[in-house]
Design a protein around this ligand. Structure first.
Ligand code: ADP
Ligand code: GLC
Length: 489
């Protein structure tokens, strides 16, 4: 079987260019293309969100509706098809009342009340389309809690079911999102309660945990960096799942994400003011000047450090540390550009300081992918002080754009950023370990001091631009894992 084209089905709650709230979308959009490049038949299933329905995608209906059992009801699911430019088939599960909404998972007030129903339905429907499209994958690769029930459903299915026995790989992109729901919803899963609702199964502190289901019932588990794979087995980072993960450590792997250089390369990026590369850096200064203009910052910042941040505004991302030292950072005679969306309290904190510092600190609240490119190209440094970071993509984007990352040494940030050593000219950024405002501020101060030494700074920028975090390398590691999981059956 393995000498033929391997067949992989990706199940993800988001993927670029269809729907995105964070890095998972970048990964689920790019990894299938890289795997296809290695000769695999990879297909992707997503919910048919409003962004897809109203977007510029040539989707087509695929046969009759399916009937999906949800407790005592049978709910209809439509199937739509699409083929990406690169030839990856994408299937969308259509159900207006579940997915035709302004957001993917919730609004400012919180998560949608029926996320359990929405994603259990998605998981079941995704498996049910396989027979219809006559595609029997060698591996089903599930991403995050939204697809965590899939390995369970496969285990429970009768031997005659089309999807019986397909091995699964489950990737944890963020242990902070566990998909924990009231046990009263157990009947909607169709699983026998006694067989699954227990501590060795999907029960977690009296609730159903879809993430735990994925961890306990998949054939292999991955997470998105080697350091995070170690961290989550300890209580500091395990979010209560450390014991569950420790028990499964023999099948837990840390595989560093790649980044998509077709989307993120200053030499090719048509969304930035001027293109540039290590051998021709003039464009970087132009990007900085345009960003200063666009964001209404003081023109004198052209010759001073311009510090950027592009982030979900969430506790995970270390915004509390940033708010704690913000006034001191501004006193260093630097400019600040922040793009973020999320938590209202953090938004209010940032707004307060930006209003007091017009021309010096420009804040954009919202999700704006093109502006993210312009900030990452135009800033001199990018701050990522995360409390925890499974992988983090923005530091790798920053490196490619010659924008020096200043990060906390955790998870994938620790795996990708190497402190610059002015003595031997090696390293690609700045890093601090203790989760304190002091440690963060001292590190920013060191970066600002080095900026005043143009030769050393250029050396540092170019080191980062020459790093290679492209997907094919990581895709090769996934391929080896898929093969060993498929062989283990
Ligand atoms: P996470 O997935 O935890 O948010 P990552 O660093 O893996 O962190 O990925 C974040 C992705 O989302 C990057 O592509 C980044 O550019 C993008 N992003 C984050 N916040 C915004 C925003 N406000 N506007 C546009 N893009 C954003
Ligand atoms: C999650 C993590 C982030 C990671 C991304 C893609 O959103 O928070 O660190 O880069 O998933 O794997």
């Amino acid at each position: 079987m393995l000498s033929e084209k391997m067949k992989i089905l990706f199940l993800s709650p988001e993927a670029t260019p269809f729907a995105k709230t964070g890095g998972l979308a970048d990964v689920a959009g790019a990894l299938p293309l890289a795997l296809k490049g290695l000769g695999m038949d990879v297909r992707l299933v997503l919910p048919l969100y409003r962004t897809v329905r109203n977007g510029d995608f040539d989707i087509y209906p695929l046969g009759e509706d399916l009937e999906i059992p949800m407790g005592k009801q049978r709910l209809k699911a439509g199937i739509r098809g699409f083929r990406t430019e690169e030839g990856v088939p994408v299937y969308f599960i259509e159900r207006e009342d579940f997915y035709d909404r302004p957001h993917l998972y919730g609004n400012e007030k919180g998560d949608y009340y029926d996320n359990f129903e929405r994603f259990v339905f998605f998981s079941k429907a995704a498996l049910n389309i396989l027979e219809k499209i006559s595609f029997k994958p060698d591996i089903i690769h599930c991403h995050d809690w939204q697809t965590g029930l899939v390995p369970c459903i496969i285990r429970e299915s009768s031997a005659s079911a089309f999807h019986a026995d397909i091995p699964t790989v489950f990737t944890i992109h963020n242990l902070g999102y566990q998909g924990n729901f009231s046990e009263e919803k157990m009947s909607l899963t169709g699983l026998r309660r006694g067989d699954y609702f227990h501590p060795e199964g999907l029960e977690f502190w009296g609730e159903i945990s879809l993430l735990k289901a994925g961890i306990n019932y998949s054939n292999a588990i991955t997470t998105v960096s080697p350091t995070y794979a170690r961290e989550i087995r300890k209580s500091e980072y395990g979010m209560g799942m450390e014991g569950v993960l420790e028990k499964r450590k023999s099948v837990l792997h840390g595989i560093l994400n790649g980044i998509d250089y077709h989307q993120w390369d200053p030499a090719e990026d048509s969304d930035i003011s001027a293109k540039y590369s290590p051998s021709s850096m003039e464009g970087k200064a132009l990007c900085k000047t345009s960003l200063i203009d666009e964001m209404g910052l003081d023109g004198s910042l052209k010759d001073r450090p311009l510090i950027g941040m592009v982030s979900r505004l969430d506790k995970q991302k270390g915004l509390d540390l940033f708010l704690e030292i913000l006034d001191e950072v501004l006193a260093l005679d630097v400019g600040l550009v922040v793009l973020g969306s999320g938590n209202e309290e953090i938004q209010a904190g940032l707004l307060g300081v930006s209003r007091k510092n017009p021309g010096r600190f420009s804040l954009r609240l919202g999700f704006d992918e093109l502006l993210a490119h312009r900030i990452i190209a135009g800033a001199d440094m990018l701050l990522i002080p995360s409390r925890y970071e499974p992988c983090g993509l923005t530091q790798m984007y920053a490196l490619k754009y010659g924008t020096v990352p200043v990060v906390r040494a955790t998870g994938g940030l620790d795996d990708t950023v190497v402190p610059f050593n002015p003595k031997n000219g090696k390293g690609n950024g700045f890093k601090f370990r203790a989760y304190t405002g002091r440690a963060f501020f001292t590190t920013i101060k060191r970066a600002v001091a080095l900026y005043r030494n143009p030769k050393a700074w250029k050396n540092l920028m170019v080191n980062g631009m020459k790093e290679d975090f492209s997907w094919p390398r990581s895709a090769g590691v996934y391929m080896a894992l898929y093969e060993s999981v498929a062989r283990g059956r």
